[in-house]
Design a protein around this ligand. Structure first.
Ligand SMILES: C[S@@+](CC[C@H](N)C(=O)[O-])C[C@H]1O[C@@H](n2cnc3c(N)ncnc32)[C@H](O)[C@@H]1O
Length: 492
């Protein structure tokens, strides 16, 4: 993002002027001084006794026991400041959150955790939040929204009365909102158009909506070039981190809490990478073998490339294409960390690029992890649902069809292609594959169940059968993101 990009300035513009020199070489802002003063006053008023905080990283972001959270004026004010920018939905929330916390170095770990959870909750349940908030002056709306979110999460009694101040009446009105009388798409916390598409597809939609408003676990993939799953589980246990093997992926580990993993040796030394179990299963569906020619057509920063490379035991050739040069640049350091030497990242101009066409008919396996709406990842990226539109779906859909057509030409006779998305929508999934098969009679659909069972991966009864040869993972069924995949084989 360029230095003068409006998003970069989103929080800086609201930064107060520097005034006083607190100690040599370290200036403090008016905001910091005021925040410290407020904190001291609140602590005194609320009788908070300063205790040593939890030391281990896994405890820092661990869910707090109900009734133990104290929501201070600082938390309310800072959450309001963040929501004022993020709820405009003119940029990805994760980027804006990063900028917000960067602009706020004085915030402690505990306050950051509460504010981050508040932002996620506001985004996940923005439908009912907006419906519950009566028209209010725009200057007051962010604070009222922040109070409502924090009260929904922790209870109104957890909030310092000083922080509520004159908003007590409006806050009680918001909390009294009866969501059961709201329209169905509001109750589902989705925009109407997306609700209509999902509703038409999933008979168990109510469970799906509920799961999409909850948090996601942290999944790791063990890099089999460097460690076994048992070794990683033992190392986590030794450090007091709760972890379990993922139910389906043979290389996965699931952590119910979110430790500061990137500082740990097992991460730094490339023994594990962060990857949803669903992504791990997509790499498994391609079943790349040693010494094969494999292509990851939409590699991005290489999450699935690394999984494929490890399955190939770093042999053969693994081409990683992407049109986004910057994203692809993230792959090189990850490859080094993972100890992979068989990956060739290539930035392409489009799916029609000359460098792609020169390789037609050369690959044993091709993965198309297509650009998509990301509707399967709403637990992690809840802002997406409010930022997407039917027009954007149309645009992405055209790219998906064109990328699949080009990528398929790379596959040699007898070779395989996996088309995957992290979308819940049939339009981006089954419809794209069926349109492809209709005009490419030399290709056939290989049932995913067959491919998984050959690798000893067994889904629960009916979980795959209901999608008739395809894979559609669902958060409420598999506790993964909502991934789709189809395995296609070229017969002639
Ligand atoms: C779902 S993301 C890929 C994520 C990645 N495979 C991973 O596991 O982290 C889709 C990627 O497709 C890329 N993309 C978009 N249009 C493309 C095209 N025409 N050809 C190749 N890649 C494209 C995007 O830049 C994006 O990185």
């Amino acid at each position: 993002m360029p230095e003068n990009h409006p998003r970069r300035r989103a929080f800086e513009m609201q930064k107060p002027r520097r005034t006083e020199r607190a100690e040599p070489g370290r200036r403090r802002t008016e905001r910091q001084i005021a925040a410290d003063k407020r904190r001291r006053e609140e602590r005194a008023r609320e009788g908070v006794v300063k205790k040593a905080g939890p030391k281990t990283p896994e405890h820092r972001m661990a869910p707090r026991a109900p009734g133990r959270v104290r929501v201070t004026t600082l938390i309310v004010d800072e959450l309001a400041r963040a929501l004022k920018v993020i709820l405009k939905f003119d940029g990805p929330a994760d980027v804006l959150m990063k900028l917000f916390f960067k602009s706020n170095p004085q915030l402690g770990m505990r306050d950051r955790g509460i504010i981050a959870e508040g932002i996620y909750d506001a985004l996940r349940r923005y439908g009912t939040l907006r419906a519950a908030m009566r028209p209010v002056h725009p200057d007051r709306a962010p604070k009222l929204a922040a109070l409502a979110v924090l009260a929904r999460q922790h209870g109104i009694e957890a909030i310092s009365p000083a922080a509520i101040g004159s908003e007590e009446g409006p806050l009680k009105n918001v909390l009294a909102f009866d969501a059961s009388k709201a329209p169905a798409h509001v109750r589902a916390e989705l925009p109407q158009w997306m609700f209509d598409l999902i509703e038409a597809q999933y008979p168990d939609s109510q469970d799906l909506y509920r799961a999409m408003t909850e948090g996601a676990p942290l999944d790791l993939r063990v890099n089999l070039l460097k460690a076994t799953r048992e070794e990683v589980l033992a190392e986590l246990e030794k450090n007091g981190v709760e972890a379990l093997p993922t139910p389906l992926s043979p290389d996965g580990v699931r952590l119910p809490t979110k430790p500061g993993l990137t500082r740990w040796p097992i991460y730094k030394d490339g023994l594990v990478d962060v990857q949803d179990e669903g992504s791990q299963l997509i790499a498994r569906l391609l079943t790349p073998r040693r010494r094969e020619m494999v292509c990851d057509f939409c590699a991005g920063a290489g999450g699935k490339t690394l999984a494929l490379g490890a399955l190939m035991r770093s042999t053969g050739s693994l081409y990683a294409f992407d049109v986004n040069e910057k994203r692809l640049a993230g792959l090189a350091p990850r490859m080094r960390r993972a100890g992979l030497t068989n990956v060739h990242p290539i930035a392409i101009r489009s799916e029609q690029d000359q460098r792609v066409r020169r390789l037609n008919g050369k690959f044993d396996r091709v993965l198309v992890d297509a650009p998509c709406t990301g509707t399967g990842t709403l637990r992690r990226n809840p802002d997406l649902k409010w930022r997407l539109s039917p027009e954007e779906l149309e645009r992405i859909n055209a790219i998906q069809k064109s990328v699949l057509a080009s990528a398929a030409k790379l596959v040699k006779k007898g070779g395989r292609l996996v088309y995957a998305t992290c979308s819940l929508l049939k339009r981006e999934n089954q419809d794209v594959v069926e349109a492809f098969l209709a005009v490419n009679p030399g290709w056939r659909l290989v049932p995913v169940k067959e491919v998984f069972e050959q690798q000893g991966i067994h889904f629960g009864s009916g979980q795959l059968e209901r999608f008739e040869g395809y894979m559609q993972l669902l958060p409420h069924v598999n506790n993964t993101d909502g991934f789709f995949a189809a395995v296609l084989e070229r017969d002639e």
